[in-house]
Design a protein around this ligand. Sequence first.
Ligand code: G4P
Ligand code: NA
Ligand code: NA
Length: 194
Amino acid sequence: MDLLKERIMKDGTALSDTVLKVDEFLNHQIDPELMVEIGKEFKRRFSNKKIDKILTLESSGIAPSVMAGLEFGVPVVFARKRKSLTLDDGLLTADVYSYTKQETNNIAVAEKFITPGDNILIIDDFLANGEAANALIHIVKKAQANVSGIGIVIEKSFQKGGRELRDNGYHVESLARIESLSEGSIKFLDEVTN
Ligand code: G4P
Ligand code: NA
Ligand code: NA
C-alpha cells in the first residue's frame, strides 16, 4: 500500500535495528484519513472471504480495525489486556509473551462476542514475532469460530511471525512489509503481489 509506505518513510523512525516508531499516525497520534484508506485496503484484500466479525487487541489495533469494520459492515471486538488472572467466567483468554518486555500478559474476550461458526478477520497494527496474532487465533479457536484471515498494518518481515503464520496456512495480508531497519534506514520488502 503505497500511501502507507510513503507515510512510514515520511514520519516513521527506525529507533533501532528492530523497532519502528510510528507515533505520528498510528501508535499515539492517529491519522483518521489514513485509517479510512487502510480500512478500504483490508476490504480489497479480503474481498473474497466470508467475514462476520473483526477481532483485534487494544489499543493500537482498534483504529485500523474500526475502519475495516465500517467497510465490511461488521462489528469489531477488541481483546482486553488483563491485570487480574482470576474470575475467568464467561471469558475466552490467552497468553501473549512480549519479547521486548520479557513478560507474559493475559488477554480476554467475553464469550458472548465470538460464537461458534463465526468467521473472524484478525487485525493488528504490528506483526513481529506473532505472539499477539497467535493469542488472538487461540481465542477464536476456543470459541469454535474460524479465522478467515489476518490483516496487519505493518509487518516486520525480518521477525518470524509472518513466515510462521503463512507456513501454518493462514491468509496473512500486510499493508507494509519491512525488510530491514538497520542503520536507521527503513527498507521495504520488494513485492510483486502486495
Ligand atoms: P516483540 O514481539 O517485538 O517483542 O513485541 P512485543 O510482543 O513485546 O510487542 C509489544 C508492543 O509493541 C505491542 O504493542 C506490539 O504491537 C508493538 N510492537 C512490536 N514491534 C513494534 C515496532 O517495531 N514498532 C512499534 N511502534 N510497535 C511495535 P502493545 O504493547 O500491544 O501496545 P498498543 O497496542 O497498546 O500500542
Ligand atoms: Na503498539
Ligand atoms: Na499492537
